[in-house]
Design a protein around this ligand. Sequence first.
Ligand code: GLU
Length: 309
Amino acid sequence: MIRGRLAPSPTGAQHLGNARTYLIAFWAARSVDGEIVLRIDDLDSPRVKSWASEQAIEDLRWLGLRWDGEVAYQTQCTEAYSEALQTLIRTDRVYPCTCSRKDIEQALSAPHESRFRGEGAVYPGTCSHWHHGAPIPEIPFCWRFRASNETLSFEDENLGEQSCNPAVELGDFPITQKTGQSAYQLAVCVDDMTAEVTQVVRGNDLIASTFRQMQIYRALDETAPTYAHVPLVRGMDDRRLAKRHGDTRLSVYRQSGVAPEAIVGWAAYSLGLLEKPEPCSATEMIEEFDWDRIGSQDTRIDPESIFFT
Ligand code: GLU
């Protein structure tokens, strides 16, 4: 039984690109009679906006998405994150890192670009000499995960086989903030384990994170879900959809009287699931869903011309 999830980040309004990813996650689960849960990734203070969680839920309902069970919130799961962290400390998979961004930049004389778009330089290992049992630093630190020096592979439901040597290509990565709060990589793994999620569908900008998260699953002796990375929506200049491209907030479409079926129809058409961008509901598209038609190409749009012409 497939159990998927929708995981909006309430760091701002949900836009067209987010909507398309949620629709795919929903169709992927429902088309095989699976379940899907909703979790709000609201851990990332101070970027999280107080209005955005509720708005995201309304947007998803308006789009016609339905989920199983209660909505989960990361901010209510902090105990589970600390437990997982304690295990990783005990097993020496993490170390306290006191480096600032500047320290890291200075230690890297010639940082090379990662093949994963948007990923920073590989951490130079400055604090990795620490081992479990040694004194804990007295200045602020984050817990950093020791990357595995081996090739990891997974079969992406949409993109096929993906491989990476995390130590070489991505490096050690933080799993907490310096405040002690769990960071995205750890929280997401623990959340998906807790909710017994078996299928993660998300944007193709998160492939590098998948390799990080696979290592966390292994270190915690858990089985990772299956992954499907889906194409993003970009502006005509090929940059990620953002304010400068025009307003694509779902809440704005909603308030301007655009029908959710128009958005769903556009999403299905832009993914190759419909021949024409004709209106249809999220539920109607369930049986049309087919991974083979999704492909790997990002979509370019001019938001101004989509729903208001
Ligand atoms: N909340 C994340 C986002 O909106 C998704 C997290 C994930 O898929 O792991 O980008």
